[in-house]
Design a protein around this ligand. Sequence first.
Ligand code: PEP
Ligand code: MN
Length: 329
Amino acid sequence: MIVSLKSGADAANVLRELTGRGLWVSRVERSTSGGAVHYVIAPHSQPADPEDLARIDGVAEVTTPKPAHPLVSAQGPVVDVGGLPVGADKPVFMCGPCSLESEAQVRETASVLSSLGVAFIRGGAFKPRTSPYAFQGHGDVALEWVRRAADATGMRVVTEALGEGHVSTVAGYTDLVQVGSRNMQNFSLLKAIGKTEKPVLLKRGMAATIEEWLLAGEYLLSHGAKGVIFCERGIRGFDDSTRNLLDIGAVALLRYVHRLPVVVDPSHGLGRRDLVAPLGRAALSAGAAGLMIETHPDPASALSDGPQAVPLGELGSLLGRLVSTGEAR
Ligand code: PEP
Ligand code: MN
């Protein structure tokens, strides 16, 4: 919403009136001609009444510009993935190893996850690794392992499409296509994934603003994606005590202001398994539609992200603590 002031208005008084109503003025703009002031008000969970604002002394007009991301704004808080509503009352869990390492590992994981009622098995066949010498994933064959294991146990698959070259292959094996953090603004990849007409899990770029994240979602929807679930996985912070800075404020903002489904990934968010339970609970309290959690039958031998993987044998107790009211740790 934009509140434009009359020339010669008492701008400080208008600002006091706006902030007094609990409104967040995200930007102040000044026209070059005549120096008129415009206050840009960020969207709120309970939108301000434009008629009320127009009555403030010194206000010339209040306008509501069209959203920059109309399809995202119209999507709503629930996305259906193969008949499962993500963003409805019940939290949805997406669990599995960082990398799909062997058919035996994937089968063992799927059998434990399905016994715990976990809806999605996750795991990368194509891994975005910082170093070119680190394990890059087993590729196509791993997609077959995870699809077979999910079909045998009645689960859904979420896995990452890392590059344009294998988008259609990944889409053929998965229920929910994942866009990794490093690819959030790879626009040709977003277009190619959109064209598969699958629902998408869009991870937030590690240095992306909320607006950039929403616009990346708009790329997907405008090219045909069947729905976008946003995934907060932590942004770059200044402190290396944790791997990233998990932005819980962004979760509440997407859920209650933009009314969109957000899944939170505390595993990549903190990079350490000991804090997955408390942060997972914080995320659910802030409005998350579900959680993505890395787990491994033997984290010490994991080919990637072992320190943050919850041992598969401990996942049941962790999931219990996420939804209970007792001590989280
Ligand atoms: C992942 O979920 O496998 C992953 C690589 O995460 P991110 O893109 O958030 O780093
Ligand atoms: Mn990982």
